[in-house]
Design a protein around this ligand. Structure first.
Ligand code: TYM
Length: 332
């Protein structure tokens, strides 16, 4: 790999990506490939921290891999792989776990949320999830991690774990920086714009999936919750409209002033329709490319097999050094 800064990021294969995943993270992954060495991963090991149907998980993992390619991740430029194919993540996770405090993990807001939502299965994987995420990043000594705002706390923990390891064993890990987009780092639910758009939302109208067809997308935007005002403008308290403006801005490239003047004197109905159409048109090529790629199973297999080989080669060098640093005996 050329001597450029290294980017690492991952996404869970729990069903199709949402527009939040796309705008907040995945769409930024593509342009980063021009400037950085990029490593991207479908994190199936993270997904099993909540109950998964094995048949669906396998299918969702393959679909997520194809979907990342359809979103422009180029396997010639970047390393794209499936987490469970690369054993170094689990190996490093154990060592990092021994350098993470129970108290730190207890403070993770995502753990608190998820343990409430899955109260019948608060397993230890759910608790130590952020350690595995730190291992994903540190196994490559990544410089930058492009994520949405909801992952910021996990990233801060990864930095703290790296720092603690460095203090105990001598400087080794870089402290990874979050890379958070200015616009769209938190896309909100269409039905409750004070809440993040999330795959696990029970209301399908709250979430746009990036494989939704045009009619569905337009219908969901038409039903989006806004306010009793009539003016399309970005202001405190207008959460629904602010969210729609953010989405419209990120798919059209128009700034808020341009959007305000485009819709001045028009009603929310016109605006919602325009957002729906712009999103559907933006996602159309991804849907087409996804259909093409997912039909070519042999090609996908070649890509993820080669991706895993490259990721293993890269991370093995780093994890072997970590083994030596903590005092494990060399195997050879
Ligand atoms: P996950 O799979 O929940 O989400 C993938 C990415 O999408 C972002 N995202 C959003 N951005 C804006 N608005 C939203 N409504 C929205 N919903 C999701 C997330 O911030 C994320 O960037 N733990 C991670 C996956 C992971 C990872 C890693 C990420 C595992 N190892 C190492 C970076 C580096 C997760 O569950 O993301």
């Amino acid at each position: 790999m050329e001597d450029k800064k290294l980017i690492f990021s991952g996404i869970q294969p729990t069903g199709t990506f949402t527009l939040g995943n796309y705008i907040g993270a995945v769409r930024n992954w593509k342009p980063l490939q021009e400037e950085y060495n990029c490593i991207y991963c479908v994190v199936d090991m993270h997904a099993i921290t909540v109950r998964q149907d094995p048949v669906k998980l396998r299918q969702n993992t393959l679909n997520s891999y194809a979907l990342l390619m359809a979103c422009g991740i180029d396997v010639e430029k970047s390393i794209l792989f499936i987490q469970s194919h690369v054993k170094t993540h689990a190996e490093l996770s154990w060592i990092l776990g021994c350098n993470t405090q129970f108290g730190e993990l207890s403070r993770m807001t995502q753990f608190k949320d998820k343990s409430q939502r899955h109260a019948d299965d608060v397993n230890s994987g759910l608790f130590t999830y952020p350690v595995l995420m730190a291992a994903d990043i540190l196994a490559y000594n990544a410089d930058l991690v492009p994520v949405g705002v909801d992952q910021k706390q996990h990233l801060e923990l990864a930095r703290n774990i790296a720092q603690r390891f460095n203090q105990r064993y001598g400087d080794f890990f870089k402290l990874p920086e979050p890379y958070i987009a200015e616009i769209g780092a938190k896309v909100m639910s269409l039905q409750d714009p004070t809440k993040k758009m999330s795959k696990s939302d029970d209301n399908p109208n709250a979430v746009i999936l990036i494989l939704d067809d045009k009619d569905t997308i337009i219908r969901k935007f038409k039903r989006a919750v806004t306010d009793s005002d009539t003016e399309v403008c970005y202001r405190d308290g207008k959460d629904g409209i602010n969210n729609l403006m953010t989405i419209y801005s990120s798919v059209t490239g128009k700034n808020f002033t341009e959007i305000e003047s485009e819709f001045s004197g028009k009603g929310y109905g016109d605006f919602k329709l325009a957002v729906g159409e712009a999103v559907a048109d933006h996602l159309e090529p991804i849907r087409t490319e996804f259909a093409r790629l997912s039909a070519d199973k042999a090609y996908l297999k070649k890509c993820y097999t080669e991706g895993a080989e490259k990721a293993l080669r890269y991370s093995q060098r780093i994890v072997s050094k970590v083994y030596r640093k903590v005092g494990f005996v060399d195997r050879t």
